[in-house]
Write a protein of this length. Structure first.
Lengths: 279, 279
């Protein structure tokens, strides 16, 4: 079985490394010749090219580009694909991608391997990146069942825990646990940045510790990623943000009213609720 | 020099361990005989008692109880204190403590060693807990200068980095970097808990990863601690929360209006601003 990888970055390169070590023939496409050369030199792929025609022999193609490039890449890829080829992606938002790409190529299976490191690019690709991590597969009623099973089989070969749900369910769930945290965390830093007294700002910067560090971490991350999730998962993110804002208002109301019993009750529920997450 | 420690928990016990190893005579008071016995058995103190009269020989007394117990303890302590004794505390909010305790004992120096572990109690006391950590000392215009210098000298002996500021400056700074993060983080978990669809909740709990884990950590902590900081630092916390809510509204406004340029600008500023914190 031939596996195609379009986009030889951290995710594409890591999928390629793992599957090559399991005996698959891997062909890769990158927009940059230098990346193709490095992918071959590192043994990530059997062959690589800047031309999508290399995908003609692929039975299964992973699109591993940023979200905004997925649909245009698939459009350019279609003339080169074998009629039975399965196409899948690794994008972190699913509804708009699945809608757009399924219309172009019905044999498309939306996917989201939830793994990563702070690094990016082909040099960051590593083996076993997906071991024990969730891999969400998001078929629709029209997605060919055999293709869904094939993508899930490959995900399990990567050592991932496979979850199957609809694209909208995925987007709603990741709005809560991935996209809302980015916005709540960024807002923390943005708010601190509005303190007008320079002495207080300096003191706060010096006294900041693990609590601030952890709570502000994802908000201080890649701005392009934050914009991309907001753009592609706008509806679900706004819904989560709006519920977050209501919860914030209630908590502020308790503090304003000095209702310490109500506040304690909320913080107890929070402590209990957090224990149900797979952290 | 005799050092008194009232409250033999993580902080009091750790101060005692470090200072005893530097040759000070350490006397400790706990409300529980069992804690006194353990403190002596572990070599944390030279002597310990459930009676505040043990503090009669102390030149410097650290009050290491929860915030709400500081003022009542000092009231009971005063009949036993030597006239020249310096009293200091380790409470995480300073204005109400400094106001109340200075009125009872003018030779009081507010302090806040910013260190801790997830553990508590005398068994959790460890050496070098304060090495490289901030130790804020919060005198007022009326605090005797020699006493401030003495407390700072001891803080430096613990290996801490000493910061001196007024009680209100301290409380405003920690509202930003310590108390607001607790509330923003707790609100994240509280909001997720309002998702009405059980399938989405289950999926979110399974997919939650390091981003959710870090952003929700301090919000899922000790509810009593959260209530205590809200109660004692209410005014500064409400001010920070109100600025946080304004920042949240602006960020939501950008997403609502699909103003991706404005959102990217905000997230870029956030990324840059975070780099100025001592994390």
């Amino acid at each position: 079985m031939n596996i195609g990888i379009v986009g030889l970055g951290l995710i594409g390169g890591s999928i390629a490394l793992d599957l090559r070590s399991r005996g698959f023939n891997i062909v890769g496409v990158s927009s940059r010749q230098q990346t193709c050369d490095r992918a071959i030199a590192r043994g990530v792929v059997n062959d690589a090219s800047i031309h999508l025609s290399l995908m003609a022999t692929a039975d299964l193609v992973f699109i591993c580009t940023p979200l905004s490039a997925i649909e245009p890449i698939v459009q350019k890829l279609i003339p080169h694909l074998s009629p039975d080829a399965i196409v899948t992606d690794v994008g972190s938002v699913k509804t708009p991608i699945v809608d757009a790409v399924s219309a172009l190529w019905p044999n498309f299976v939306g996917g989201h391997p939830m793994a990563g490191t702070a690094e990016s690019g082909i040099e960051a690709a590593v083996r076993d990146l997906f071991v024990g991590r969730p891999y969400v597969v998001t078929p629709t009623a029209q997605t060919p069942a055999q293709s869904v099973e094939k993508v899930e089989e490959i995900a399990r070969l990567l050592g991932a825990s496979v979850y199957r749900c609809g694209p909208q369910e995925h987007d709603r769930a990741v709005a809560w646990i991935s996209h809302l945290p980015i916005m709540a965390s960024a807002t923390l830093v943005a708010a601190c940045d509005r303190e007008g007294d320079r002495d207080i700002v300096n003191l706060a910067q010096n006294l900041a510790s693990s609590g601030f560090r952890d709570t502000s971490r994802v908000g201080g991350g890649n701005p392009e990623l934050g914009v991309m999730v907001a753009k592609y998962n706008r509806e679900q993110l706004l819904r989560s943000l709006s519920i977050y804002r209501d919860s914030l208002d209630e908590l502020m109301g308790d503090i304003q009213a000095e209702d310490w019993q109500a506040l304690e009750q909320k913080l107890k529920l929070t402590q209990q609720a957090r224990e149900h997450y797979n952290l």
